[in-house]
Design a protein around this ligand. Structure first.
Ligand SMILES: *[C@@H]1O[C@H](CO)[C@@H](O)[C@H](O)[C@H]1NC(C)=O
Ligand SMILES: *[C@@H]1O[C@H](CO)[C@@H](O)[C@H](O)[C@H]1NC(C)=O
Ligand SMILES: *[C@@H]1O[C@H](CO)[C@@H](O)[C@H](O)[C@H]1NC(C)=O
Length: 193
């Protein structure tokens, strides 16, 4: 009996089916991973009344790699976004502090917020480190601390009924932290400890 050559109709057919299989599984995979952003944001918004589904979707979808990742990858991305937010906010506070047109109260609040945000960015680096080695409990504590920095910064202004010039920044950091916290909860649930 003759061995089928590489180019025999039989092996061509095999090769074609293999390619077709690869193509469809790739397609299925990208559909699945695109859905993971939606699924995650949806699930998290059901768990918490303050969780912003629109914000979650927009933040994660803006990062190209998040379309091709799993829930753990989304966790890392949410922490990186939070860290990036905190760093950008630190630069804007420094810029505001150089502006002479602020009253002493506002200057005081901004200085407090600068310290809070500097701590928060260090805490978020620690959180990401703990997350990567699977210490989800430690990571959650660190993320919560960073979210508290945003709340404390906001409260400093509200005490005197002033509008915080960092309202959006505080909101964004809180929401990004809430995404990370929710993902940490979902991961802890799926890994019995
Ligand atoms: C939720 O996030 C979106 C997008 O960032 C924002 O436009 C909207 O105001 C937020 N919703 C609430 C209730 O803050
Ligand atoms: C913070 O993150 C949100 C969502 O990713 C983004 O829309 C916003 O521009 C960021 N803000 C800063 C100050 O980096
Ligand atoms: C200083 O703050 C005022 C009021 O917030 C603003 O209109 C002005 O553009 C700022 N100047 C600089 C140099 O940032």
């Amino acid at each position: 009996m003759q061995e089928p050559s590489l180019f025999s109709p039989a092996s061509c057919c095999c090769l074609f089916s293999l390619l077709a299989l690869l193509a469809t599984s790739h397609l299925m995979m990208s559909v699945k991973t695109m859905d993971i952003i939606d699924l995650t944001c949806e699930k998290c918004s059901q768990e918490s009344p303050v969780f912003n589904y629109t914000f979650c979707l927009a933040s994660l979808q803006a990062v190209p790699v998040s379309h091709f990742t799993n829930i753990k990858g989304l966790g890392v991305i949410s922490m990186e976004l939070a860290l990036l937010n905190a760093s950008t906010t630190i630069s804007s506070i420094e810029k505001m502090l150089r502006n002479g047109s602020l009253d002493p109260f506002q200057l005081g609040c901004l200085r407090d917020c600068l310290e809070l945000y500097s701590d928060a960015s260090r805490t978020l680096v620690d959180a990401a480190g703990a997350f990567i080695v699977g210490q989800y409990g430690v990571a959650s504590m660190r993320v919560s601390a960073a979210m508290e920095a945003a709340t404390t910064c906001e409260d400093g202004f509200e005490e005197r009924g002033e509008i915080c010039p960092l309202r959006k920044e505080n909101y964004d950091l809180f929401q990004l932290g809430d995404i990370a916290l929710c993902i940490l909860r979902l991961l802890s649930l799926s890994i019995p400890s």
